[in-house]
Design a protein around this ligand. Structure first.
Ligand SMILES: N[C@@H](CCC(=O)N[C@@H](CS)C(=O)NCC(=O)O)C(=O)O
Length: 233
């Protein structure tokens, strides 16, 4: 199997955290395709986004679907939760992190440039992020993990989502929606010490650093030049 993935992509980080936690990294290779760097990811996958999982039978897009596929393919290592109710809670938290947090923050990035920003749009989107954090506050457990006593897919989605809340939202001119003294804040402080969370946080921070210092652009330009120099079949 091959996972099309990128360091800075939070949706990809979610799947990588699951792969590391399941201990199945030897079953896959990781690749950031040159088509993604060229804005032509749709040539590989119609949705045009990463992550995408390539298996013998074809391609699987969408992080949540890839995560479910991996759980079903390796049932002995699945990160679905211990009980029926835990499994429902895992899905709820994963949806809050994906739909209400990450998706709205991604949409907000369209308003990042203060010169072209429509402040009302940004306020609306960040308002939805705060609302999502409010819901998460009620659903999240107060232990080491988001649900139950072990790491689940809820943690794999939450870690990149909370990273975006704490590092991306302030870049847009808002305070982090993770409020001091809240259950979400207590969880966020604890989960960063988890080895699999720490690994993807390090990867995302390196990805951010590479974007900010121009390394990402330089590597993309070189990869694109190599692809263009290759004789077409
Ligand atoms: N719903 C998708 C979202 C994936 C997504 O938005 N990926 C971003 C990177 S984190 C992307 O590929 N963006 C490129 C684009 O929008 O053209 C999922 O869960 O996989």
């Amino acid at each position: 199997m091959k996972l099309y993935t990128g360091n800075l992509s939070p949706y990809s980080a979610k799947v990588r955290m699951q792969i590391y936690a399941m201990g199945i990294q030897d079953e896959l290779s990781f690749d950031l395709p040159v088509q993604f760097m060229m804005g032509k990811m749709y040539e590989i996958s119609p949705i045009g986004r990463i992550p995408v999982l390539e298996v013998d039978e074809g391609l699987i897009p969408e992080s949540e679907v890839i995560s479910e596929y991996l759980d079903e393919r390796f049932p002995g290592k699945a990160l679905t939760g211990a009980s029926l109710k835990d499994r429902a809670d895992v899905r709820v938290i994963s949806r809050i992190a994906d739909i209400y947090l990450m998706n709205n923050i991604f949409m907000s990035l369209s308003q990042a440039n203060p010169e072209t920003r429509v402040q009302a749009v940004l306020d609306l989107l960040i308002g939805q992020v705060k609302r999502g954090i409010g819901a998460l506050e009620k659903h999240i457990g107060d232990g080491e993990f988001a649900v139950g006593n072990s790491l689940t897919r809820a943690d794999c989605t939450l870690v990149p989502a909370l990273w975006m809340c704490s590092s991306t939202v302030p870049r847009l001119g808002f305070d982090s929606p993770i409020l001091d003294g809240s259950r979400v804040s207590a969880y966020w402080n604890k989960i960063q010490g988890n080895e699999f969370a720490a690994k993807i946080l390090d990867e995302m921070n390196k990805g951010m650093q590479a974007r900010l210092d121009g390394t990402e652009r330089k590597m993309a330009e070189e990869a694109i030049a190599r692809a263009r120099a290759r004789p077409s079949e």
